[in-house]
Write a protein that binds this ligand. Structure first.
Ligand code: UD1
Length: 420
């Protein structure tokens, strides 16, 4: 297993470009299954989760090719299977996103039941209930979700009792090909939902209201396909900015979308960062100063994202003062805390709340990545720690950060990858 070796020290300085969004790319790749014609998808990030999704499409029999501009072309006229097997689903829960498209387009889908994961139990009941409301029959058999539809799915009214990004996406994709109108109330409002809706509309669907909590989807008989370019990754953006804050540096991120990061930028400003921005760039300058601790509570968009919580905990670990971090989305998402404490941080956890009292400096230690965003927090901590930190199990980082060591290197970090 590869490891990252990070020599802590000076501030991050420089400019780094932002890759396409992982969380937008995964549903968009699943949505290609809805299309009758060819589709092309650009600005895909080179990430393990994207590779896994492409492998999943391949295992269904879909023809996927990549051109010289790293643009993906998908032709699903060759599709043979309607089964997402255990081996792929167990490595990536987002495989559940093929359920809605396969069912809506082919009347049949078998997706291995995703288990719990490190950050929480993560049930899929909302996905299944919504599809049943559209007329699907669903059985759980031999560890598989077996969904069937006799003819087209039928549009309906769905009220989601919890805001779920994945369920909103799955149901939006299924409703795109259903007969009649589907209304989804209490829908997730994340920018990735808007990107998926824009993509579906570009390919011939009729999805209205994305970005609000009420989606209206007028089902169409077929989706023709076309081209779409994936939005920039707001969490990757936030992570490089958070690293700049922790290291008291000055970093400019380019090829990004500042409008998708309002809650994060407000919090980073509270730490003392000076932030300037243009249409597609953000520059953050700490003017060499130690950050101030901030308190936050994660919640669905447009509030502070759970995917940035661990990185802010790392900032608080070296900040002036005490910050209280409350995680409300996932039940077990404070796993970075134990590892940060091994580096000299002073953090106590009770239930879903971490109380972080900043220390002047952290000390290098061997640490282990436990999930994607917790790993990012460990990298940030390592950048400010005295000595050489070894971060093990970095396959978690590779699921969500394209070329992290090269990009950090561009910013002056002393970081290298060693094969394990
Ligand atoms: C997506 C993101 C992930 C992010 C999360 C919350 C992708 C690929 N992943 O995950 O990075 O952290 O949104 O912003 O986009 N829930 C249920 N029943 C369901 C579905 C969800 O109870 O059927 C619960 C979950 O356990 C969780 C909460 O709802 O507590 C939110 O989860 P959800 O928004 O669905 O997260 P994902 O789509 O899995």
């Amino acid at each position: 297993m590869d490891k990252l070796i990070i020599q802590g020290g000076g501030p991050l300085r420089g400019e780094v470009w932002i890759s396409g969004s992982k969380n937008a790319a995964l549903p968009i790749l699943s949505a290609t299954l809805l299309s009758e014609g060819l589709v092309t998808v650009a600005n895909l990030p080179h990430l393990q989760d994207v590779t896994t999704t492409i492998e999943l499409l391949g295992s269904l029999g879909v023809t996927v090719s990549i051109d010289e501009k790293m643009q993906l072309e998908v032709d699903n006229s060759t599709l043979q299977s309607r089964t997402a097997p255990y081996d792929l689903v167990k490595t990536m829960r987002a495989s559940i996103l093929v359920l809605g498209p396969l069912l809506a387009r082919y009347g049949e889908a078998n997706v291995s039941f995703p288990g719990g994961c490190a950050i929480g139990s993560r049930p899929v009941d909302l996905h299944l209930r919504g599809l049943e409301a559209m007329g699907a029959t669903i059985e759980i058999e031999d560890g598989y979700i077996k969904a069937r539809s006799d003819g087209r799915l039928v549009g309906c009214h769905i009220l989601m009792d919890i805001v779920s990004v994945g369920a909103t996406e799955n149901l939006m994709m299924a409703a795109a090909l259903a007969e009649g109108q589907t209304v989804i109330e209490n829908a997730a409002r994340e920018p990735e939902i808007v990107d998926l809706a824009n993509c579906l509309n570009a390919w011939g669907a009729d999805v209205q209201g994305a970005g609000s909590n009420r989606l209206v989807i007028n089902g169409v008989e077929s989706i023709e396909g076309g081209h779409f370019s994936v939005m920039p990754d707001r969490i990757e953006t936030g992570t490089y900015l958070a690293a700049a804050v922790a290291t008291r540096g000055r970093v400019k991120v380019t090829q990004t979308d500042p409008s998708s990061l309002e809650a994060v930028l407000l919090k980073l400003q509270e730490t003392g960062a000076i932030i300037t921005q243009g249409d597609d760039w953000i520059e953050l300058d700490m003017k060499g100063k130690r950050p101030k601790a901030v308190s936050l509570r994660t919640a669905p968009y447009p509030a502070f994202p759970t995917d940035m919580q661990a990185q802010l905990t790392a900032i608080n670990a070296v900040a002036e003062g005490t910050g209280v971090v409350v995680e409300t989305i996932f039940e077990n998402r404070l796993m970075q805390v134990q590892e940060l404490n091994r580096m000299g941080a002073v953090i106590s956890v009770e239930a879903n709340t971490a109380v972080v009292t900043g220390v002047e400096r952290l000390k290098a230690a061997p640490v282990m990545a436990s999930d994607l965003r917790a790993s990012a927090a460990l990298v940030i901590a390592a950048l400010v720690a005295d000595g050489e930190t070894v971060v093990d199990r970095i396959y978690h980082i590779d699921r969500g950060y394209e070329c992290i060591e090269e990009k950090m290197h561009l910013l002056g970090a002393r970081i290298k990858r060693v094969p394990g």
